[in-house]
Design a protein around this ligand. Structure first.
Ligand code: XMP
Length: 321
């Protein structure tokens, strides 16, 4: 039977055998999976590994700062940050179709990694790219046997055909609970291992409609409030994930301080789950919902309505796109 320790030992041996003394790049998304994948590869090959955190402009408030501060300190892994906001936002301009967004984001990630490799060391000959792909990502991107393509995960179905790297995906057979156990086994702290999952395409798939900087800023504010209040309530661990979705092409009439408003709705999408393959909608207490709703509508000028998604998966998915 598998234990976290045996998974680590097997993966370390496999990575060493695969990589030899080649240089390796790992893309970090700020989520659990890529952090655990990086720590695992680091255990196997040490300084041959460099991590790249892509700031694609689709991040949550404070995320870049937090990763830059905590990740190298906790793991001892070399980290470079790629400023790629312009690249991603121009590539996404005018695009509304979810799969098209995902394909563009997947492609731009790879282009950014290629650029990063050229920037950090043209002589390093980085041959491999580590990705924190999990088993459910493979299945839902249509990679499993006889599986339908539900969504192209940015690091599976969204990869360009002319990929210049060989892939290392040490978590490809694992579910999220196993990944967390492996993270703990590798000595990663709880605040890293128990972070809510955050998709690589980030807020780009939580804006229904075109992704623009202005809309991202609106969503970032609402998201920060909701996340803060969830953490304050102590329900962080019970809730698997709490996407906030901006219905950017929808407007409704409201009233605030005797003034008519014509703003956008946001959707709160709290879910509980074991592995994200199925999920239930999270029953947040009414007083918490009220607090989040009041704060968002008071503090984010462009939002005048807050609604709650009460759909399980299936038939809904966790993310709206
Ligand atoms: P869905 O929306 O398919 O999401 O129910 C299941 C889980 O996967 C995450 N997700 C992604 N993670 N790249 C990722 O790294 C992606 O392209 C992607 N799409 C969805 C989602 O946040 C949830 O945890």
């Amino acid at each position: 039977t598998w234990t976290p320790a045996s998974i680590v030992d097997d993966a370390v041996a496999a990575i060493r055998a695969q990589v030899g003394d080649a240089a390796v790049l790992c893309g970090l998304s700020g989520g659990v999976d890529s952090a655990v994948a990086a720590a695992l590869v680091h255990r196997a090959i040490g300084d041959q590994l460099t991590c790249a955190f892509v700031d694609h402009g689709l991040l949550r408030a404070g995320e870049r700062e937090q990763v830059m501060q905590d990740f190298p300190r906790i793991t001892g892994i070399k980290l470079v940050v790629a400023d790629a906001e312009d690249r991603f936002l121009s590539a996404l301009a005018g695009v509304t179709e979810p799969e098209t967004k995902r394909k563009i984001i997947g492609r731009e990630f790879i282009r950014t990694f290629e650029q990063t490799v050229r920037d950090i060391d043209a002589d390093a000959h980085i041959e491999y790219l580590v990705q924190g792909t999990l088993y459910p990502d493979v299945v839902e991107s249509g990679g499993g046997e006889g599986a339908a393509n539900i969504k192209s995960h940015h690091n599976v179905g969204g990869l360009p055909d002319d990929l210049q790297f060989k892939l290392i995906e040490p978590l490809r057979t694992l579910f999220k609970d196993e990944v967390r156990a492996v993270g703990t086994e590798l000595g990663l702290p709880d605040e890293m291992v128990w972070r809510h999952p955050f998709p690589g395409p980030g807020l780009g798939i939580r804006i229904i409609g075109e992704v623009t900087k202005e809309r991202l800023d609106i969503l970032r504010q609402a998201d920060a409030i909701a996340r803060h209040e969830l953490t304050e309530s102590g329900l962080d661990r019970e809730i698997w994930q709490f996407p906030i979705v901006l219905l950017a092409d929808v407007r409704s009439v409201g009233v605030q301080g005797d003034q008519r408003t014509y703003g956008h709705p946001v959707v709160l999408r709290p879910v509980t789950s074991e592995d994200a393959m199925t999920a239930d909608w999270g029953r947040l207490p009414y007083d918490l919902l009220e607090k989040i709703s009041t704060r968002i509508t008071n503090e984010v000028r462009e939002i005048n309505r807050v609604v709650v998604d009460v759909t399980s998966k299936p038939p809904g998915t966790i993310e709206w796109e």
